[in-house]
Design a protein. Structure first.
Lengths: 219, 218
């Protein structure tokens, strides 16, 4: 029970975020209107995805520094859970874009960055599936994970600032949504982010345990 | 270490000069693709499309060029290199060799574009500078990816899959920079873009130096 507290906290926070996100009063802004409520869901997915990918890359580094297979399992579990949240983020973002910008996908650095980060991890899994030897697979995919993650970070953080004409908030002179967010919305948004990140980490730990059990079962 | 890099590079270059199979293959690939573009577009290309076409062809040529970095030689010879040289000198010598290959292919494809499709700008010198920077960056990123694909065993199919996602930040900045240069932008504007390109390339080399030793030892 002592170890459970953060899981319970995560469930409560996500439940609070889901319900309060629908009922809390939001400012009626032009173009966005009520669709601003998607902020409570869409942005949280990205925070969870980036947290999980970071866990993955940290464990890749730890694997390479000692060649302990346990860290390889952690790295894979984090990457696959991260892809799941990335797909959710793309789906919610795409629906939001359809409602406000009029198209499911626009040529926007932020959206393309999302697509690239999913592509990186998709090819990470293609690489893994092409190697049969477990030790070798762990080593090579850890190297690719670190390399590709660094390139992805560059793409996500630096290039949108260089590009002109982004319509995504916080880029290209648009107001940063998280800075001048409405006060009542903050009260929902921050707990929701923490809650979703916690749920993400919980899912990752479940995935890891399943991997470890099936590994032990096979051998 | 410098003498190791020099010796390994000299070995690669003299092998290539003796057989010429990489270089001839690459130049033929570029010429064939540009000729195909000439046949299908017939000169009706504006700057933007010309630019995108040039760099996409160059990207495929670069993937093909650096894909052979490690798989071209027998495993026994790699064990020999493992005994006599440090992994970092192996990586650096391969990277420099790829830069040389890509410079020749880059200018080869530039001249075949010139011959067949024309150049939609007068800023030829700026564009040539960008070809040099691009060869440097392509080689920096793709040499490590080719080592990963080589170690995984399935060389060619994997090389293309693994290199695309990591190439995006570089190639997108590159296409933007080169479009600026075709539009006769002044050097002051291009400067920050060139800096980003160099930073990405140096980051790739730094990561390669750190990570390659893990791939090199079996």
């Amino acid at each position: 029970m002592k170890k459970m507290w953060w899981k319970i906290a995560g469930v409560i926070l996500v439940g609070y975020g889901l319900i309060a996100g629908l009922v809390v009063p939001v400012p009626d802004l032009p173009v966005i209107h009520e669709s601003i409520r998607n902020l409570f869901y869409h942005v949280c997915m990205w925070f969870a995805m980036l947290t999980l990918f970071s866990i993955g890359v940290v464990n890749a580094v730890r694997y390479l520094s000692g060649f302990n297979m346990h860290y390889d399992h952690r790295s894979v579990a984090a990457a696959s859970t991260g892809i799941f949240f990335g797909l959710l983020g793309v789906t919610t973002g795409s629906l939001w874009a359809r409602a406000t910008w009029g198209a499911f996908w626009t040529n926007d650095p932020q959206l393309n960055g999302a697509a690239v980060s999913l592509l990186v991890y998709a090819s990470y899994f293609v690489l893994r599936s092409s190697i049969t030897d477990a030790e070798k697979r762990a080593r090579i995919s850890a190297v690719y994970n670190i390399f590709a993650f660094s390139m992805m970070v560059i793409f996500l953080l630096i290039l949108p600032k260089l590009a002109q004409g982004s319509i995504h908030p916080g880029k290209g002179g648009n107001p940063m949504a998280l800075v001048d967010l409405d006060t009542t919305m903050r009260l929902v948004f921050y707990p929701a982010v923490i809650g979703w990140v916690t749920i993400g980490v919980w899912l990752y730990s479940l995935k890891l345990r399943i991997r470890l059990i099936s590994e032990a079962h096979e051998s | 270490m410098f003498s190791e890099v020099r010796t390994l590079l000299f070995k690669d270059l003299s092998l290539e000069l003796r057989r010429m199979h990489h270089l001839n293959g690459l130049l033929l690939f570029v010429l064939g693709t540009v000729f195909l573009c000439f046949l299908s577009f017939g000169g009706g290309l504006d700057r933007e499309k010309w630019n995108a076409l040039f760099w996409i062809i160059q990207l495929f040529a670069a993937i093909q060029a650096s894909g052979h970095s490690f798989s071209g030689e027998h495993v026994n010879r790699h064990i020999y290199y493992y005994c006599i040289a440090s992994p970092i000198s192996v990586l650096l010598s391969k990277t420099i060799f790829n830069i040389c290959l890509l410079l020749i292919t880059g200018f080869g494809s530039f001249f075949s574009f010139w011959l067949l499709l024309g150049i939609p700008s007068s800023a030829v010198l700026n564009f040539m500078t960008i070809i040099v920077v691009a060869s440097f960056g392509f080689a920096a990123i793709l040499t490590l990816v080719s080592a990963i694909a080589w170690r995984a065993g399935h060389n060619f199919s994997l090389m293309a899959i693994l290199s695309f996602p990591v190439m995006y930040p570089f190639i997108i900045t590159l296409i933007k920079t080169s479009l600026l240069s075709l539009n006769n932008a002044s050097f002051n504007i291009m400067w920050s873009y060139l800096l980003v390109l160099f930073l990405i390339a140096f980051l790739a080399i730094a990561l390669g130096v750190i990570l390659f030793p893990y791939l090199w030892k079996e």
